[in-house]
Design a binder for this molecule. Structure first.
Ligand SMILES: C[S@@+](CC[C@H](N)C(=O)[O-])C[C@H]1O[C@@H](n2cnc3c(N)ncnc32)[C@H](O)[C@@H]1O
Length: 193
């Protein structure tokens, strides 16, 4: 089972919209607080993502959100070093009704798998592993993006722990970043050149 938020629930999921518009929610005046999952779905949708890469399959929850924003026949490549987690995620995605052909789950270490993927072949890359190698993931992920594609990091804030990542983004004039204060922090970076 995918444990967390169903795609239709939560801030500005379809259920939430229905509740607010029908007056059943008392939270009309509260600013909308999107979750990282909503941001992933939004980015996949706005990019009309046909191909995406995820680092850190985990439970499959973020995979489900990414797939829900991608075009209907879009394919998500999701990498996780833990084959047990991936087996569970595969089952969870099947339970959620995701056709097998929409995911390519690869068990492996991301820094070894990413260089084998097609350069410029992806619309979106999502990194959700707790790592000290964000700057390396930026380099490997940006290589995979088409022009106009986006790489997004979960759990990233402007702290010394992420100094190398922010420096690498700043040094590349072809990248346009935005930090988003959702969940534990997101950094999205567009590849413009
Ligand atoms: C926070 S969880 C991901 C959560 C996931 N996005 C979800 O929605 O459930 C991080 C995942 O990254 C995986 N991971 C950690 N280091 C990795 C690496 N070097 N390469 C690939 N996967 C890695 C872990 O096994 C774990 O499943």
């Amino acid at each position: 089972m995918i444990p967390e938020t169903p795609v239709d629930a939560g801030p500005l999921g379809r259920d939430e919209v229905r509740r607010r518009l029908s007056g059943q929610s008392s939270a009309e005046d509260v600013p909308i607080a999107a979750s990282p999952m909503h941001v992933l779905r939004f980015l996949a949708a706005v990019l009309r993502a046909r191909t995406a890469v995820e680092v850190g399959t985990g439970s499959g929850e973020s995979a489900l959100w990414l797939l829900s924003g991608m075009v209907p026949d879009g394919v998500l490549t999701s990498i996780d070093v833990d084959p047990t987690a991936q087996r569970r995620a595969r089952a969870a995605l099947a339970d959620a009704g995701v056709p097998a052909g929409r995911t390519r789950l690869i068990a492996g270490v991301a820094t070894e798998v990413l260089p084998r993927l097609t350069e410029g072949g992806y619309d979106l890359v999502s990194v959700s592993t707790a790592t000290t190698e964000h700057a390396r993931y930026l380099q490997l992920g940006v290589r995979l993006l088409r022009q106009g594609g986006v790489i997004v990091f979960a759990g990233v804030r402007a702290t010394p722990a992420h100094r190398d990542l922010f420096r690498a983004v700043e040094e590349d004039e072809g990248l346009v970043p935005i930090g988003l204060p959702v969940g534990p922090g997101l950094l999205a970076v567009a590849k413009t050149a």
